[in-house]
Design a protein around this ligand. Structure first.
Ligand SMILES: C[S@@+](CC[C@H](N)C(=O)[O-])C[C@H]1O[C@@H](n2cnc3c(N)ncnc32)[C@H](O)[C@@H]1O
Length: 286
């Protein structure tokens, strides 16, 4: 765990400082950038099209808060949770530059259901977490219990996450599969760089965890959440694995293996999923 925290403290210091194309801070500050289509689509579905304006949103594992700021600009009251104090410091500075308010709380997201975070329990209409979140989590049941605890009665979890199939290959050609589909405990890795800039002068030792789609849904159900929707997506507007996927003519990235029939390319495999789940907690009778 401290390896993971050290890694994320380093990435929080590095990302969005002009060294990567992934975190475009000038576009964010000028108001040009907006939520990516997948995340916007997930929020539209979670809110039945009414949007996040006026909603209380817990952004879990916010990193430096790019989406927290987008959500605040859309009129949400946002609280960002992350275990990296530096990420939240960067977030507060970015929010100030963008002229929006975002509350921050340092938290291991596996602890959110505990009494230490009681002040936040039942306080949110949406719990929002995206792309590269659950692979850091050893105890997904606790993570889901935390999401459930934060939600007000009827509130919804919106989890947009890497599809477990996208996490499995090391390379597509040749096809090398070195990561499990279902959870088999911790995997230790060390290396250099960042997903936002492979040449970044950063070295790391991290722990990661595979979670299948079934395990993710079952953890949500086990925490008491009701599944509203589970969508799988076969294209993505960026390559979250850095250089695994190929950008196609429409600007989207897809994961294709082998050949299709005739001149047709191979059919794309899922690369992302969106889980929307709802708190079953009943409204308190005064
Ligand atoms: C890949 S980032 C999320 C990306 C974010 N959606 C974005 O667009 O920048 C993962 C985040 O999870 C946080 N994190 C990792 N493990 C955590 C844990 N156990 N508790 C809380 N935050 C954690 C990291 O600090 C990092 O900010």
């Amino acid at each position: 765990m401290s390896g993971n925290l050290d890694h994320w403290q380093d990435l929080a210091a590095f990302h969005g400082t002009g060294n990567d194309d992934y975190y475009d801070i000038p576009a964010l500050v000028s108001g040009e950038a907006s939520l990516r289509a997948t995340e916007q689509g997930a929020l539209d579905r979670a809110t039945d099209g009414s949007g996040v304006a006026g909603l209380r949103v817990a952004h879990v594992q916010s990193h430096i808060g790019i989406d927290s700021i987008h959500l605040a600009r859309l009129g949400a009251q946002v609280t960002a949770f992350d275990f990296s104090p530096l990420a939240l410091e960067r977030l507060r500075e970015l929010a100030r530059r963008c002229g929006v308010e975002v509350t921050t709380e340092v938290a291991d997201s596996q602890q959110l259901a505990t009494g230490a975070f009681a002040q936040w329990h039942g306080q949110f209409d949406l719990v929002y977490a995206t792309v590269g979140v659950i692979c850091w989590i050893a105890d997904l049941d606790s993570w889901m219990r935390g999401a459930d605890a934060l939600l007000a009665p009827g509130g919804r979890l919106v989890l947009v996450e890497l599809h477990p199939l996208l996490c499995m290959p090391e390379t597509l050609d040749p096809l090398v599969i070195d990561y499990p589909y279902v959870n088999d405990g911790v995997r230790h890795y060390s290396g250099t760089g960042s997903y936002a800039n492979a040449d970044a002068d950063l070295s790391w030792t991290i722990d990661q965890y595979a979670w299948s789609l079934g395990e993710t849904v079952n953890a949500a159900v086990g925490a008491g959440l009701e599944i509203v929707r589970l969508d799988e997506h076969v294209s993505i507007p960026f390559d979250p694995r850095g250089s695994l996927l190929r950008r196609e003519d429409d600007g989207m990235y897809r994961m294709r293996l082998g050949t299709g029939t005739g001149d047709a390319p191979a059919e794309p495999l899922p690369v992302l999923f969106t889980l929307i789940a709802q708190s079953r907690r009943a409204q308190q009778v005064p």
